[in-house]
Design a protein around this ligand. Structure first.
Ligand code: HEC
Ligand code: CU
Length: 474
């Protein structure tokens, strides 16, 4: 056995080397091109239909470890990025091309990094061949043997999710050699391509609930992982920061132009939606050998994948492009803008009346509707009141009905600081200010209190409800 071992080893080494030359032959004589990458949302210039035979396409990615600002309040994150952007640059090749990646880890960095491309086959998507310590670089090549939009991300042993949610992901798009097609095989083209890279971020907070700032990546690690384990992001952003794709960063298009929207999420599910627009052709999973879906309102991007949607803009204006978990869009940051220039099409949409005071006809309609909507007992109260005989007990009873139908949602729990029913302390100062003051607010609303509690009860019913609440809270 002992004598055999070196023989096996030698045979293995020989096999490895003999695999070498045959590999080299596959790219021998092929054209080599070095692509200059651009920062997202932009995508480097590329042919949609390959005009030549497969090539060797070379990309160089440099890893940057840097503190970045992620929202309008100036909250910071110790980020890790490919080519200094979140997401990393989008790389475009054609099916059958050889992709040669050089990953550079500057000596000023603190962490090892690598790249796992979901379009590559073997060696952890390339991560195993590209793990570089600070001050190192590595190059490897893979054949783009299937078409689609694919996520790439860093995956260093023991720290995979941290590097991904700290910014290290992007998209590689492998186009079919003859370009994109609809389900019938008709060619589909785009005038512009944009990359939206969505990130769920987990920023630690101090005892007072303020976001913490760290001087180094290493110092941020332990706290960040603790927040990550809650699976509750503090921010969900497009392209690195809240608002990165709005204002100066908004994506631009013209009416009549077709835009390819490439959306990647390396860690978590999402659901892009273009408010006031559609996905004409959508490859939800991003894989171009599957027929695209048509006319979608919202599409689903599973965490760990990149999807693609084509849309021809038909109207000018500012379109919000959001994650249609609207809490993530409007509270956590996952929203961007398309600014579209061109002429308005009245056939598709036209304003008939600008907002104006209610017409007499509408008022009559509302009155009728209100009469039907009020609970019977309240009408009884109205009749009662019209006799002008004050009966407090009955008023409270009617008020209770109104309360239960229109006010209970907020006032039973005290949500958004609504004075809670029965909470004497909360009601005392309001009661002291008097019924007129309380009614003024009950009618017109204040803060989270909608006018009339968002109901259509009349003044009398409203007053009964307030009286009921006051009686129950004294
Ligand atoms: C959507 C939640 C909500 C509903 C529904 C609601 N309220 Fe309120 N209400 C509030 C909040 C919040 C406040 C505190 C407003 C503030 O001071 O900022 C409030 C305050 C009040 C006050 C105190 C006003 C004052 O003097 O400061 C009265 C009275 C009141 N509501 C009556 C009603 C009645 C009557 C109804 C039902 C017809 C109702 N509310 C339905 C949320 C609600
Ligand atoms: Cu990394």
């Amino acid at each position: 056995m002992r004598t055999l071992r070196p023989v096996i080893l030698a045979a293995t080494i020989a096999a490895m080397f003999s695999a070498g030359p045959s590999f080299a032959e596959t790219t021998e004589g092929l054209e080599r091109v070095q692509v200059e990458l651009v920062a997202p949302p932009f995508v480097h210039e590329h042919e949609q239909v390959a005009k030549s035979d497969p090539k060797v396409v070379q990309f160089r990615l440099t890893v940057d470890e840097r503190k970045v600002v992620i929202d309008e309040q100036g909250t910071t994150m110790q980020a890790m990025m490919f080519n200094n952007s979140m997401p990393g640059p989008t790389m475009v090749v054609h099916e059958g091309d050889y992709v040669e990646i050089t990953l550079v880890n500057p000596a000023t960095n603190a962490m090892p990094h690598n790249i796992d491309l979901h379009s590559a086959t073997g060696a952890l998507g390339g991560a195993k061949l590209s793990t570089v310590n600070p001050g190192e670089e590595a190059t490897f090549r893979f054949k783009a043997d299937r078409a689609g939009t694919f996520v790439y991300h860093c995956a260093p042993e023991g720290m995979v999710p941290w590097h991904v949610v700290a910014g290290m992901s992007g998209t590689i798009m492998v186009l079919p050699r003859d370009g994109l097609k609809d389900a019938q095989g008709n060619p589909l083209k785009y005038d512009r391509a944009y990359t939206i890279g969505e990130f769920d971020l987990y920023i630690p907070k101090d005892e007072n609930g303020n976001y913490k700032e760290y001087d180094t990546l290493a110092e941020s690690y332990a706290d960040t992982v603790e927040v990550m384990r809650t699976l509750t992001p503090t921010h969900v952003v497009f392209n690195g920061a809240v608002g990165a794709l709005t204002g100066d960063g908004a994506m631009k298009a013209k009416v009549g132009e077709t835009v390819l929207m490439i959306h990647s999420q390396a860690n978590r599910d999402t659901r892009p939606h273009l408010i006031g627009g559609h996905g004409d052709w959508v490859w939800e999973t991003g894989k171009f050998d599957n027929p695209p879906e048509k006319n979608l309102e919202t599409w689903f991007i599973r965490g760990g994948s990149a999807g693609a949607a084509l849309y021809t803009f038909k109207q000018p204006g500012v379109y919000a492009y959001v994650n249609h978990n609207l809490i993530e869009a409007f509270e956590l940051g996952a929203s961007g803008h398309f600014v579209v220039e061109g002429d308005w099409d009245n056939d598709l949409m036209k304003q008939i009346n600008a907002p104006m005071p209610l017409s007499e006809e509408t008022k009559a309609f509302l009155k009728e509707r209100e009469a039907q909507a009020i609970p019977k007992s309240v009408k009884a109260k109205e009749n009662h009141a019209s006799t002008k005989k004050k009966n407090d007990e009955l008023a409270h009873l009617d008020g209770e009905k109104v309360y239960n139908s229109a006010c209970v949602a907020c006032h039973s729990t005290g949500v958004a600081n609504a004075p809670k029913l029965g909470d004497k302390l909360a009601w005392k100062p309001l009661i002291e200010k008097g019924m007129d003051s309380m009614m003024e607010i009950a009618i017109n609303g204040k803060g989270a209190m909608p006018p009339r509690g968002a109901s259509n009860v009349d003044d009398e019913a409203l007053k009964a409800a307030v009286e009921y609440m006051v009686a129950a809270s004294q």
